[in-house]
Design a protein around this ligand. Structure first.
Ligand code: AMP
Length: 437
C-alpha cells in the first residue's frame, strides 16, 4: 500500500484565524460584549444548525440566502431514532431566525421588560469567496424583542452599534438609514414599483428582471452601473409611507439627532431579507473594496408571529466581524494588545527551581510569561526572547540564586536592573498597570 501523503487544506471560503490576529479578534469581540452589556444586553448562545424550514420561513424562500446559499444536509435514516429521515437541517446563514425560534420556544415574552440579547459566532453561506466574503464568516449581533416598537428602541440599538465601533476605533464609517414601511403601506408600494419596473424590463439585466416578479425591492440593491440611472427614476418608498410609518421614521431621526449620531438617509436601502419592516440600516466602512458593508440591521415586527409565536415587535443588527477586522487592519489603527511580558532565561538546576517559582508568581500577577522547558545558554535565550517579542528577559543564573536578586533586562533598549524578588514583582505589576492604562 502506498502511503497517502496528501496535505489537507482549509476548505474554500473558510480560513484559520492565527495569532497574533486571533488576539485582535478576541479584543474586538470583548469590546462588543463590554459595550453591549453596558446597554443591558445579555448573551444568548445558539446552535449552529437548525431545521432548514426555519430559515426558509423567516429569511424567505425566494432570497438568495435560502434558495442558493445554505449548506443543507440530512442525518439519514436511523432505525433507532424517532427523527424523520426526510428532515433536513441547515448550517445557520444568520442568527435572527434562531433567536426568534428560541424566544418562542422558551416563552421569553413572559420575561420582564424588553428582551435584549446579543450573540457572537460563525455563520455559513455558500457565496463566491472573495476579499471580505467567506463561506464561514463571523457575526456579532444584537436583538430587542418585546411589546414596544418605540423609535427610541431603534435609536438605542443604533447608538449602541456606533458606540461599539467608536470604542473599537472603527471610525471611518457611514451609517445609512431608511424606512421600508410596514404591512399597511409596503404592499402598495411594492406593486407600484413592480408596475414601473415592468415598463423598463427590457433595459435591465436578467437578475433584476427576475426580481420584478419575485422581490422587486431587491432591484433597488443592484450595483450594476447600467441600471443605476433607471433605478434613480423609480418611485421612492419615502413618498409612499403610511402616516404611522412616516411618523416612526421622523421620530427615529429626531432620536438619533438628540443622541448625537450622524447618519445619512438612503432610500435604496431595502436589505436582502424578507422579514424587515420600517427601520432598516447599514454601516459601511472604508478600505474594503466592493464588500464594504460591516453591519446590517432593521426592524422585524411580524417575524415572531410568522414563526408561530405571540404578537411581538423586534429589531436587531448583525456586524460582519471579518470585514470589521479587515477595515481596522487597513486603517493601521490597531490597539496595543497585551503581549509576552517576561521571558525567563535560566541556566543550571538551582536556577530552574527559582525560575519555576518566579514564573508562577508573575503569572498569578496577570503577566504573560514564557519559561523555556529546557536549559539554554543565555545568548540563545535572549535571542529567542527577542524574536518572541518579549518586553523583558528575567535572567536567573547561579549568581542570581546565590545573591537572591534577579537581573531584569528591558529588551527594547537593553536597560538592566538588579532587583530583589519583592521589588521585581512590584516593578512588573506597576509596569503592567501603566501599559494597560
Ligand atoms: P446580513 O446578515 O446579510 O445582513 O449581513 C450582515 C453583515 O454580515 C454584512 O454587513 C457583512 O458585514 C457580513 N457578511 C454577510 N455575508 C458575509 C460573508 N459571506 N462573508 C463575510 N461577511 C459577511
Amino acid at each position: 500500500m502506498t502511503e497517502n501523503k496528501r496535505q489537507f487544506r482549509a476548505i474554500k471560503g473558510t480560513r484559520d484565524i492565527l495569532p497574533p490576529d486571533s488576539a485582535l479578534w478576541n479584543w474586538f469581540e470583548q469590546t462588543a460584549r463590554n459595550t453591549f452589556e453596558s446597554y443591558n444586553f445579555r448573551e444568548i448562545r445558539l446552535p449552529i444548525f437548525e431545521e432548514t424550514e426555519l430559515f426558509a420561513r423567516s429569511v424567505g424562500a425566494d432570497t438568495d440566502i435560502v434558495s442558493k446559499e445554505m449548506f443543507t444536509f440530512n442525518i439519514g435514516h436511523d432505525a433507532e431514532s424517532k427523527e424523520e429521515p426526510s428532515q433536513t437541517y441547515s448550517l445557520r446563514p444568520e442568527a435572527t431566525a434562531s433567536v426568534v425560534r428560541s424566544y418562542i420556544e422558551h416563552r421569553m415574552q413572559t420575561f420582564p421588560g424588553n428582551l435584549k440579547l446579543y450573540y457572537v459566532g460563525p455563520m455559513f453561506r455558500r457565496e463566491r469567496p472573495q476579499k471580505g466574503r467567506y463561506r464561514q464568516f463571523y457575526q456579532i449581533g444584537a436583538e430587542v424583542l418585546g411589546q414596544s416598537d418605540a423609535a427610541a428602541i431603534d435609536a438605542e440599538v443604533i447608538e449602541m452599534l456606533m458606540t461599539f465601533f467608536k470604542r473599537a476605533d472603527l471610525t471611518r464609517t457611514t451609517l445609512y438609514i431608511n424606512s421600508i414601511g410596514d404591512k399597511n403601506c409596503r404592499p402598495q408600494y411594492v406593486e407600484k414599483l413592480r408596475e414601473e419596473l415592468r415598463k423598463v424590463a427590457d433595459r435591465i439585466g436578467p437578475d433584476s428582471q427576475r426580481r420584478i416578479e419575485t422581490n422587486p425591492l431587491r432591484v433597488l440593491d443592484s450595483k450594476l452601473p447600467e441600471e443605476q440611472a433607471i433605478i434613480g427614476k423609480l418611485p421612492r418608498i419615502s413618498d409612499h409611507l403610511c402616516d404611522e410609518c412616516r411618523e416612526h421614521f421622523a421620530k427615529l431621526k429626531e432620536e438619533l439627532r438628540l443622541r448625537g449620531i450622524a447618519y445619512e438617509e438612503n432610500w435604496r436601502l431595502v436589505r436582502g431579507l424578507d422579514y424587515y419592516t420600517r427601520t432598516t440600516f447599514e454601516v459601511i466602512a472604508e478600505g474594503l473594496g466592493s464588500q464594504n458593508a460591516v453591519c446590517g440591521g432593521g426592524r422585524y415586527d411580524g417575524l415572531v408571529e410568522l414563526l408561530g409565536g405571540p404578537p411581538t415587535k423586534g429589531i436587531g443588527f448583525a456586524i460582519g466581524t471579518d470585514r470589521a477586522i479587515l477595515s481596522l487592519q487597513e486603517s493601521g489603527k490597531l490597539p496595543s494588545l497585551p503581549a509576552l511580558a517576561v521571558f525567563v532565561a535560566w541556566m543550571g538546576q538551582a536556577a530552574y527551581l527559582t525560575a519555576v517559582n518566579i514564573a508562577q508568581k508573575l503569572r498569578e500577577a496577570g503577566l504573560a510569561v514564557e519559561l523555556p522547558p529546557e536549559e539554554m545558554k543565555f545568548k540563545r535565550s535572549l535571542a529567542l526572547a527577542d524574536k518572541l517579542g518579549a518586553r523583558y528577559a528575567l535572567i536567573i543564573g547561579e549568581d542570581e540564586v546565590n545573591s537572591g536578586t534577579f537581573t531584569l533586562k528591558r529588551l527594547a533598549d537593553s536597560d538592566q536592573k538588579k532587583l530583589s524578588k519583592f521589588d521585581l514583582l512590584e516593578y512588573l505589576e506597576s509596569e503592567r498597570r501603566d501599559t494597560r492604562a
